[in-house]
Write a protein that binds this ligand. Sequence first.
Ligand SMILES: *[C@@H]1O[C@H](CO)[C@@H](O)[C@H](O)[C@H]1NC(C)=O
Ligand SMILES: *[C@@H]1O[C@H](CO)[C@@H](O)[C@H](O)[C@H]1NC(C)=O
Ligand SMILES: *[C@@H]1O[C@H](CO)[C@@H](O)[C@H](O)[C@H]1NC(C)=O
Length: 961
Amino acid sequence: MRLGRKWKCCFVLKMGERRVHELLSLHLLLNFLLLSFAAESTSMEEDMNALDSLKNLMQNLPQSWEGSDPCNGWEGISCTESRVTSIKLAGIDLNGQLSADIGSLSELRALDLSYNKNLGGPLPREIGNLKKLEELFIVGCGFTGPVPDEIGSLPELAYLSLNSNSFSGRIPASIGNLSKLQWLDLTDNQLVGPIPVSSGATSGLDMLHNTLHFHLGNNNISGAIPPELFSSNMALIHLILDSNKLTGNIPNTLGLAQNLTVVRLENNFLTGSVPQDLTRLHNVTDLIMYNNNLSGPIPNLSGMTSLQYLDMSNNDFDPSEFPSWLQNLPRLKSLIMGSTNLEGKIPAAFFSLADLQTVVLKDNKLNGSLEIGTNHSRQLQLIDLQNNHIEDFNKQYEAFRITIILVGNAACYERGSETSTLCTIQDKPPSELTRNCFPDKCSNPYQISSPNCKCAYPYVGTLSYRAPSYINITALEENLVRTFQSHHLPVDSVSLIKPPCSPFQCFKLTVQIFPSGQDHFNQTMISAMSVLLSSLSTTEAYTFILGLDNYGLESSRKSSNTRIIIGAAVGGSVSLVLFLLAGVYALCQTRRAEKAMEESNPFGNWDLNDRSSPRPQLHGAKRFSFKELNEYTNNFSQANEIGSGGYGKVYRGTLPSGQLVAIKRAQKQSNLGVLQFKAEIELLSRVHHKNLVSLLGFCFERGEQMLVYEFVPNGTLKDSISGKSGIRLDWARRLKVALGTARGLAYLHEHANPPVIHRDIKSTNILLDERLNAKVADFGLSKPMDNCEKDHVTTQVKGTMGYLDPDYYTTQQLTEKSDVYSFGVLMLELITARKPIQRGKHIVKVFRSTIDKTKNLHGLQEILDPALGLGSPLKELENFVDLAMNCVEDSGADRPTMSDVVKEIESMLKSAGLNYMPESSASNSASFEEVNNVTTSSHVCNSNESLDSSSLCNIRKIEPK
Ligand SMILES: *[C@@H]1O[C@H](CO)[C@@H](O)[C@H](O)[C@H]1NC(C)=O
Ligand SMILES: *[C@@H]1O[C@H](CO)[C@@H](O)[C@H](O)[C@H]1NC(C)=O
Ligand SMILES: *[C@@H]1O[C@H](CO)[C@@H](O)[C@H](O)[C@H]1NC(C)=O
């Protein structure tokens, strides 16, 4: 064919030459016609060759792609004057690759291969030869590799959609040459590197003055947003850069792009203050900046008078009152400012903005009483103020149609408020397909009843909106039906369903398109609908992605015999997945509901006065009112302050009975979440042991969190060994302190149910009572171990430097052995009176380098505390050191358990001839029994630890290093 074409070409040219010489004017016209006819037919063949080549590399092309004239009946192809000008093959499950010969279709204006997830490989460079190409849609396919630079040599290109593929590499700077580009969509790929801007001879996206859309979200684009990108003569309306790795400031030049209507910068690493120039963007309807590290003052955006949707959540803005300018945004529908350091009262006038629908201000410090006012917007649907400091609300709000959530506010912990609807989270049922009729059950279980109650296999996909303010479900449903019907597609109805979503990310809808006059769409119809959905996406503000399993796709390609089987199989797998999802969803809903119940009323089943309460969770802990504690501490007077720390202060108080108590009052900043606080109290009230400081009660009121403990008169172990408290602790006393501490810890690890890891054992957390018995305090960081499958808790590293288990620090896997390590450090501290880290040296290293077992006292005299009062060399002290060194082994598995440690110290006391009380008679048996009814089960948790009791600390050899 190629030979033939060349020959024809030469012949015509030669003939033309001769004729021009011989017959000048007469045959000129004929000559011209001949020439152009020849050229045309050549190009037609070239088109045919390119299509042949395409067919070679792609499967599942329409069956109509047969014969020698693509302009005659080939599905998806349009021609003008016998030349292929458009190829639209969306959503037909093409698979394979795109041939490089696509570049020979020199008249091609539109190419749409969207929604063919099995079509992939690289996008050939030859795409750059399509000099007339105006539209390139390759959405939701499997293309990989870089976007070729040659994409920048398509002078006519107006629409470029390469979203939802797996393109990698950088954004080609050459895209800046596309002077007619209106639409640039590279969303949802794996692009890296910076946003290119022009410099010197190189082009960049800043040159795209006519482009209306920059959609670059959901990639790995890094670097700063270049200030050069924006200028006052650009047409840009949508700037979508969310979910990348952008850093640096928001450039103030953004304020120059006056046509902007949507600005999405969320989920990046942007820092610095928001430039005040943004307020000049008078036409912006959606401004979304959540999940960045923006700081400084909350910007005054009073000039953005078109704003409908504003989300600034999860940034580091300076603490601020509720911005008063928000009341001047006449069109505001949704305000979302969670975790933005807002404080003070919300002005009632704000709620009277006429279009206001959704207000989410959770996790702030808003206070005062909630006033919505009688003039509030009739559109209001949701006011979510979870976890603020709101103290009061009007009981009438319970009757409002608006969902108001005050869970986690002081107002919900006043007596009598717990049951208010404002103090509970009601799960909304998931939205369902709306029908105007009562659906019959479909006889085929894989079909769905349409909005008009006709059973069918719908065409299914997902629509992601570019911005929330564009979502108008009813209008889009109607528009889609109208569009399909005007293209003679047998569409009965379209339904858009909002899946359950977080307030931040409610941009997605499930779309179901139902056939009319038949129960499924055939391939041609599906392709046509896909092409329409693809092209509509540029005018309606959405991105469409085809659902994974569409019945029609499979069935239409197979013979009618297999159709039913395949249909059933595909439908079956869809409905199996749906069924599983539904199950998981239902389970989550139940869990969520339970959790919500608990969150809303954390102290509901704690009321000790309520005798009907089936299972009191508190063992003797009392709920105190703020007024009572205020009285007991003499208005929290400074004279009663006995300690302070990052968490807040500790006060001494005197109960009316004369009993002394220690009251730990959390600073408001360090307040635990409600559930955490509740968990803490439940935990503390359950552990009763004479070597643990016991909890007497708590106060949770007016945003205060206080814990009331027994008062332990002789202060901290640290104050005693440092000599600060004036108590002299000799060797015998120190051994007893070690024993008491070890018993307390062994109890927490092995007898508490659930077992508890202390996480912060240190000398300031060991208190001494009047008889110098050790009492372990401060379970502030304790974590119960939840279930038997887990023998560790993965968590953020907490604890105190010097005592921190290196194993835990590196793996972040917390086990009881982390407490054993801290306890080992404490033992070394006990005999040296040295801080764990002193002059930059860690006590464990000091011991490892000093121990010499050939010498008396392992050669440690130099570093032992003289106050130990040791006379002659003591075997027990050597054993004590060996035990301590065993406890600080690098690997948790090499360390003993706390009950091993207890046994060892007991035997040291015995062999030193010091009297000690065995655990059994020492413990408070009454409370012990009450709490330990399930002790055996907690042992099961540790049964995989095969540390038999013979591997005691001092049996192991410690080699000096
Ligand atoms: C803002 O929108 C209005 C009305 O929608 C329009 O007339 C005006 O030209 C727009 N302004 C800019 C700067 O785009
Ligand atoms: C916000 O800016 C507007 C216009 O620049 C100004 O009139 C208003 O007083 C400012 N509001 C606040 C609270 O700073
Ligand atoms: C509310 O918070 C503000 C700022 O933190 C504070 O100045 C004010 O006293 C508080 N109001 C009430 C009623 O607690």
